[in-house]
Design a binder for this molecule. Structure first.
Ligand SMILES: [Zn+2]
Length: 501
């Protein structure tokens, strides 16, 4: 007997918003060649990520039809831009709702979300999107979503949606897998084979993302604990949101969600177990990784080079705009040799150089970077030679890297947009030999471990941040929160934590 045909609307609206950045995220940031996307173009937009996993598995079921609803892809600015304006959010959500109305009715909806989107005037944008979608598809349809572990979520989302699947590892290794799980469980729910019974518990811990590397305990232990619950109980899914602290929003901080097949008591038991385990380990959770101030980190890098412990990765984890020059300045002043700086963002400089027809061999003498806001510091003057011009990391054509050779074997990559280099492959594709450098200076917190640590590439890894606690700092008390009361979160206050029965 053929199963009843199933129609699923697929949409995407994802942003990790740093609300302390001074410039808003706008419609233009989400609008470029290929974005917004709909239909097959949307379904094929991210073959290796959440969407790809969802589409792959949903199509393994007979009689499932996927309809790509017009959606913006990842913003050009990545996570390097601030609050979404209300107009931006309303514009894209209105398009989505109109698409769902036009192409409906639907048995299910899948939404590729992040969880740390922050919109001026909309306190919980993902939950609000779910609420509006629910109003269109009705109470019988099932709504499922995938999330990034840096989402700031509370119980509100699952009041309107039925299912959520969150990446467990940082670096984010399992996004495709979570898309697959979302597809399978959504189809099962629509067919009456999975009855979502979920529990959400927030834990009053707030932590800078650089400390949330799941390659280290106790983050690793909590991931393992979640995996163990999923292994020992059929149809259980455990979501562990680490939280995203650079957002002045009401649902900031750590969250656990547990989903079961019609077993609310089991969901509660597991959520309580996870939350209590995290709370017991709270002190260790916020002391996982040593963060050096930049000047000292550069001294340690020079020592590592002298001792032959190369290559050294110097990661400025705190730069959220890409424009920060603190590390570049320290490298120039030391000076370090055979050092690759990847990258310093300066859109104005890149545009001016491209407009002037920059080419290899051109002399280079320009003050670059800084200025974006106080956390970016002052521009640093670099005198050298243009080595080459390559395409940048971004998906949009306007993204370029200008390679500048200077000093004793140093190379600066000047980028049009914030670039988080997480794989050595990105450097090789840009014509660089990563092995040719003693030191590689990156703008990354944890993602770089994918290509530079987990592969065994770097022999020395040093995480650094500027002296002052700027917006990406581990010293959250230095940030101008207005909505968030840090005293309500460990380790900034000493909140009581009791889970009601
Ligand atoms: Zn993330």
């Amino acid at each position: 007997m053929a199963a009843k045909p199933i129609r699923i609307a697929v949409l995407k609206f994802s942003h990790e918003t740093v609300t302390f950045l001074p410039y808003d995220t706008t419609e233009a940031d989400f609008t470029f060649e290929g974005s917004p996307a709909k239909g097959e173009a949307l379904l094929a937009a991210e073959p290796r990520s959440y969407l790809g996993g969802f589409v792959k598995v949903a199509r393994e079921f007979d009689g499932v039809e996927l309809i790509g609803i017009e959606s913006p892809l990842e913003a050009k600015t990545g996570s390097g831009s601030g609050w979404l304006t209300r107009d931006t959010y309303e514009h894209f959500v209105a398009r989505m709702i109109a698409g769902i109305v036009a192409d409906g009715p639907f048995d299910g909806v899948y939404m590729a979300l992040h969880g740390a989107m922050a919109v001026r005037g909309v306190p919980r944008p993902e939950a609000e999107l779910a609420r509006r979608v629910r109003a269109i598809v009705g109470p019988e349809a099932f709504i499922a979503a995938t999330f990034d572990p840096h989402g700031n979520e509370d119980a509100e989302f699952l009041r309107h949606a039925n299912l959520a699947f969150t990446v467990k590892y940082f670096p984010h290794y399992d996004d495709y897998l979570q898309g697959e799980r979302a597809a399978r469980t959504l189809v099962r729910a629509i067919r009456g084979d999975y009855r979502p019974a979920t529990v959400t518990i927030k834990v009053p811990i707030i932590s800078p993302t650089v400390l949330q590397w799941t390659g280290a305990s106790p983050w690793m232990d909590l991931v393992q604990r979640a995996l163990t619950w999923e292994a020992r109980e059929p149809d259980v899914y455990v979501n562990f949101f680490f939280g995203f602290p650079w957002a002045d929003v009401p649902d900031v901080g750590m969250t656990f969600q547990v989903q079961t097949n019609g077993q609310p008591e089991l969901a509660r038991k597991i959520a309580r177990d996870m939350a209590e385990a995290a709370w017991r380990k709270r002190e260790a959770l916020v002391h996982t990784t040593k963060i050096h101030q930049i000047a000292y980190g550069v001294v340690l890098a020079a020592q590592a080079v002298a001792n032959g412990r190369t290559p050294v990765v110097l990661a400025d984890h705190s730069d959220r705009s890409g424009y920060a020059t603190w590390l570049l300045r320290a490298i120039v002043e030391r000076p370090l040799s055979k050092t690759l700086i990847a990258t310093v963002t300066d859109a104005e400089a890149v545009d001016a150089l491209l407009a002037a027809g920059v080419k290899p061999g051109d002399p280079f003498d320009r003050a670059i970077g800084g200025r974006a806001d106080v956390s970016a510091g002052a521009p640093v003057r670099i005198r050298g030679t243009v080595l080459r011009v390559t395409k940048g990391l971004g998906r949009n054509d306007g993204d370029h890297w200008i390679h500048v050779g200077f000093g004793d074997g140093n190379v600066l990559l000047l980028s049009r947009y914030l670039a988080q280099v997480i794989e050595t492959r990105s450097l090789i594709e840009a014509g660089l030999d990563p092995d040719a450098f003693d030191v590689i200076a990156l703008k990354s917190r944890v993602h770089f471990r994918r290509g530079f640590d987990d592969t065994g590439f770097a022999r020395t890894i040093l995480l650094v941040e500027p002296d002052e606690p700027f917006l990406g700092t581990v010293r959250l008390e230095g940030l101008p929160y207005e909505t968030v009361d840090l005293q309500a979160y460990y380790p900034y206050g000493n909140p009581a934590f009791e889970i009601p029965d």
